[in-house]
Write a protein that binds this ligand. Sequence first.
Ligand SMILES: [Zn+2]
Length: 239
Amino acid sequence: MADLSPLLKRLMDLESDVAYRRAAAPGEESWRYIPGRVTVLLSAPHAAAHCRNGRLKEEDEYTAALARFVGEQTGAHVLYARRRLDHDPNYDRHSPYKEHLREIIRSAGIRFILDLHGASDRHDFGIELGTMRGQSCEGQLELILAALAEQGFTPDGKGLGRLELNGRFTGGGGVRQETITRYVWETLKTPAVQMELNSRSRVVYRAPQKPGGTPYCGDAQWIERTALAITGVVRALAG
Ligand SMILES: [Zn+2]
């Protein structure tokens, strides 16, 4: 891994705080809040494994690292899961993660939430935005699209450069699912967007599943673009 850029090395470093499958030991935080100095908050509720309807779901790798990296660059607040959760903050209505988020929004005067998630590399987009079909960030969408386009993510882009809008992940959830985006927008009246990131433009390094297997490494250039694109979005929103 000697040829990694400083940005990718930093992402690996930041990601190492997360133990994907381990429950918090006594005294350990299951999720962590890093205060910022602008009115935008980056959330990564699936950064570690979590339980939905009693079933363990895999972590959205590198969403913690990306949230923290962008926080360092922009002064955004960051909230991210760092140990296995016994619930799903992006599904369950009653969630201590959501309660913490609500407290932070109130006490820090947060005006926009960017909720980061991971999509598998079977999807034909680099980034998908879930805006509840435009409702959850009507006033900010143009700024967000312009910032993403600066790093090469556009609706008519090809491969990882393609930006999907409200395709499979609308951010709205459904009757049984209360997403972070829906909760923040409908209950807290704060604009929000759900951002799904393709694993090829997100995962710097994933250890082999079995001994002797091959590690998974995303596309270095597109991972950097993702980090810079989210940085640009936060700067535009905070500006
Ligand atoms: Zn997720």
